[in-house]
Design a protein around this ligand. Structure first.
Ligand SMILES: [Fe+2]
Length: 345
């Protein structure tokens, strides 16, 4: 009897202890953490547009420099320092006025930890920064609203969770003023994680409601004196592929584009018509995306310049000579230059 008790003590208790520890680890890693949508942010096309509802930055000097970072993919502890160094080097060497991150900043179960790391790192540069979501950001423990609350709380971050009823999280606008007058608008959008089209799961795309929201936003911006905008989102729309085909057919005309395509354009075959809406509205001059890590081309297609940002880390798949950021300079005459800034560490 005594030996049975001893056996129980020696086997049962350690087994239970191990099971409890495993359960706690699984809970920490996988039980979802959810933020809350703001109930007041229900959007309707009949809403009155008020320019004062959007953040603005006054441009100092002649040029406004935006550093686009994309696909940082923070998720592995041993790679964190390397990615931090790429970002720090880019900021130090280019001295941007603002940073915009176009999605896939984090991925995997540790997104809760790394989204806070991204916020702390970006805040450390003491310049405004904005962020949109990619298709991988919310595949871990934290959902977009939860991460969004952390970004909203960050000192220098202009992210806004935005209306929750149009598709995506983090559709918002940042305006640039010069001498106190409207200069340029930066439209940030969530291109969504996946799209279900004809019963098949595909890469993310905008929803029809997001296209309507974009139209409403642009009409409001124009009525407020902003006649130029650029858009930042993650998954390219299918016209990124059409643009490349047209550039290829031109014999890679230098006046039309630059950069390279080393993988397919991974967009959804479902097309809600965002690019056509951009053409119709004649306000957005440029779009900037990430997603396809080894494409970095920038092509003028039907009066809009479609650009892939340079991948900004060695996490997930990448090409060693294609790591860095994209420097977007808006000059005082509203002309825009786009340069790839490579980082070799
Ligand atoms: Fe990515």
């Amino acid at each position: 009897m005594e030996s049975t008790k001893k056996l129980l003590f020696c086997i049962f208790i350690p087994v239970v202890a191990v099971l409890i520890i495993i359960s706690i680890i699984l809970m920490i890693l996988f039980v979802p953490v959810k933020g809350k949508p703001n109930d007041s942010e229900y959007w309707s096309e009949y809403d009155k547009f008020d320019i004062n509802n959007y953040d603005s930055i006054e441009v100092e000097g002649d040029n406004f420099k935006i550093l686009q970072l994309t696909d940082l993919h923070y998720h592995l502890p041993h790679m964190t320092k390397d990615t931090d160094n790429v970002v720090k080097t880019l900021v130090k060497e280019n001295n941007p006025d603002m940073i915009v991150i176009t999605g896939d900043s984090v991925n995997g179960p540790t997104n809760l930890i790394y989204s806070q790391h991204v916020a702390e790192l970006m805040d450390s540069f003491d310049i405004p920064w904005a962020i949109v979501y990619g298709n991988h950001d919310d595949e871990g423990k934290a959902d977009k609203f939860w991460m969004g609350e952390k970004y909203e709380d960050a000192k220098n971050c202009l992210y806004h969770n935005g209306p929750y009823n149009i598709g995506g999280t983090g559709n918002y606008v940042v305006n640039l003023t010069k001498d106190g007058k409207p200069f340029y608008s930066l439209i940030m959008m969530d291109s969504n994680r996946v799209t279900y089209y004809k019963g098949i799961e595909e890469f993310g795309s905008f929803t029809p409601s997001q296209v309507s929201w974009y139209e409403w936003i642009v009409k409001g911006l124009e009525a407020s004196g902003y006649d130029k905008s650029m858009m930042f989102f993650h998954v390219p729309f299918p016209e990124y592929s059409d643009a490349y085909n047209e550039w290829e057919n031109s014999g890679f005309d230098n006046n039309m584009g630059a950069g390279s395509k080393n993988e397919d354009v991974c967009s959804s075959t479902y097309n809600p018509g965002m690019f056509n809406k951009i053409l119709e509205m004649k306000n957005t001059t440029h779009t900037f995306v990430g997603h396809d890590h080894v494409n970095d081309y920038s092509i003028k297609y039907k009066d809009v310049i479609l650009t892939y940002g340079l991948k900004s880390s060695r996490q997930f798949y990448y090409q060693e000579d294609m790591i860095g950021g994209t420097l977007i300079t808006i000059k005082s005459d509203s002309n825009v230059s786009i340069e790839n800034k490579f980082v070799e560490l």
